[in-house]
Write a protein that binds this ligand. Structure first.
Ligand SMILES: [Zn+2]
Length: 337
């Protein structure tokens, strides 16, 4: 029976770099200037759900200290139990037919949220409704939400949280106050990685791999990404010298997680972008940067973004990967002629 399925409770997560945004929202609340709709733009890939839980718990808490909810008042207890009656959360649902997560947030879900907005509140506190990842609303869902975002209901806060605000219709964006959850300053990120048990020199390296995102850095470390990078450097050098063929190179790579391989290819192409355009000082600026090669590699980086999004079918991914690496080799060869 479906009723027997036990879902794991969502727990709030607070990370040091959330503080500026939480401070901002709290101060708006204290000044009673909280907008009725807030769009939060997450600049990293971190899980928005746990962040939203902390944010909502904080906004509802009656006894918070700074940006940390007390954990003991009625609101906190109910939020921790995932049963706060005046909080309604919409996210991607698991599709029973396809046996995987739905690709979009459906109109039935936003309709239910709109219904919730207009129900009487249980407590004399804010009601909060949240949608994450908001960019996954399909057009019908987004359209159905327009009127609700436009007409404030007293004591109701609508939170839209997204990894890609550009994908939301401008009609929605323009009706929300937009706030950004920025990536941490480098030192904050490094300190946090040290606290998680990473060694200093490792944290520098992994933070760079992760483009400044400490959570991704931690994940990459756990997955042994540095090993993949070293492995690839050796194998790619052999491939450039024709000691191994493309299938051997690609087969070695797809043993790793698709996400890691995608990141690696992106990083390698970016590194060549710098090198071929003669920009990277650490790689000794080339006196004769090849403009043609730089243009080609720039185009290849766009192509990589599109092609490597395919991940559902492994064979297809390998073909796309081989295709990209063959092109990369050709560009590198031509730039040396
Ligand atoms: Zn509390």
């Amino acid at each position: 029976m479906d009723d027997d399925i036990e879902y794991e409770k969502i727990q709030p997560v607070y990370l040091p770099w959330h503080k500026p945004l939480l401070d901002r929202i709290l101060s708006l609340k204290q000044q009673q200037r909280l907008p009725h709709a807030i769009l939060i733009d997450l600049t990293s890939g971190e899980d928005g759900t746990e962040f939203i839980w902390h944010l909502v718990m904080l906004v509802l808490c009656t006894d918070a200290a700074d940006v940390i909810p007390c954990g003991q008042c009625r609101s906190c207890e109910l939020m921790l139990a995932n049963t706060y009656p005046d909080f309604f959360y919409v996210s991607l649902l698991y599709g029973d037919k396809r046996k995987k997560m739905n690709r979009d947030i459906k109109i039935e879900q936003t309709r239910e949220l709109i219904h919730q907005v207009h129900l009487t509140r249980h407590y004399d506190n804010l009601k909060v409704v949240a949608i994450y990842p908001a960019e996954k609303m399909n057009i019908a869902s987004a359209n159905s939400l327009l009127k609700t975002v436009e007409e404030p209901v007293p004591q109701v806060l609508i939170l839209l949280v997204t990894h890609n605000k550009g994908k939301l219709p401008i009609t929605i964006r323009s009706r929300c106050q937009i706030l950004t959850l920025d990536q941490p300053e480098k030192q904050v990120a490094l300190d946090w990685l040290l606290e998680q048990g990473m060694r200093a020199e490792e944290s520098e390296k992994y933070l760079e791999f992760a483009g400044g995102d400490p959570l991704l850095a931690l994940k990459l470390k756990a997955q042994g990404y540095a090993g993949l990078v070293d492995d690839f450097k050796q194998q790619f050098a052999r491939y450039l010298k024709n000691s191994i063929d493309i299938t051997t190179l690609a087969t070695g790579l797809i043993k790793f997680d698709v996400g890691l391989v995608r990141l690696l290819v992106k990083m390698v192409i970016n590194a060549y972008c710098y090198q071929l355009s003669g920009l990277d000082v650490s790689l000794q600026a080339r006196k004769t940067a090849s403009k043609a090669a730089a243009r080609e590699i720039f185009a290849l980086s766009g192509q990589a973004e599109r092609q490597l999004m395919i991940e559902e079918n492994n064979l297809n991914f390998q073909i796309q990967l081989e295709d990209l690496l063959i092109s990369l080799k050709q560009i590198i060869k031509r730039s040396k002629d």
